[in-house]
Design a binder for this molecule. Structure first.
Ligand SMILES: [Zn+2]
Length: 87
């Protein structure tokens, strides 16, 4: 689960504050770089990750849509794992 502001999601919740703009731009840019690095480390270690953004669960409707997306992704990952087990 990623907070839209702290992890710079491209949505209305990730606007950079007007004060100390340079500080925030740099801080949030470093967070994104760290996220990418950590995502890559997980992938390279064989983990499958599903990123859920804060704005994707802000209402019951959005949460249900996100839940469907997570389930689809889990099924896809399960198939990949099963195919690897057969090889
Ligand atoms: Zn968002």
């Amino acid at each position: 689960m990623r907070g839209c502001f702290w992890h710079s999601h491209n949505c209305k919740f990730s606007r950079i504050p007007k004060t100390n703009k340079l500080f925030w731009t740099d801080k949030l840019r470093r967070n994104v770089i760290r996220d990418k690095k950590n995502d890559r480390l997980l992938r390279n270690s064989g983990w499958k990750s599903i990123i859920v953004w804060e704005c994707q669960v802000t209402s019951k409707k959005r949460f249900e849509k996100t839940k469907g997306r997570i389930l689809k992704r889990m099924i896809k990952y399960k198939k990949i794992i099963e195919e690897k087990a057969v090889e």
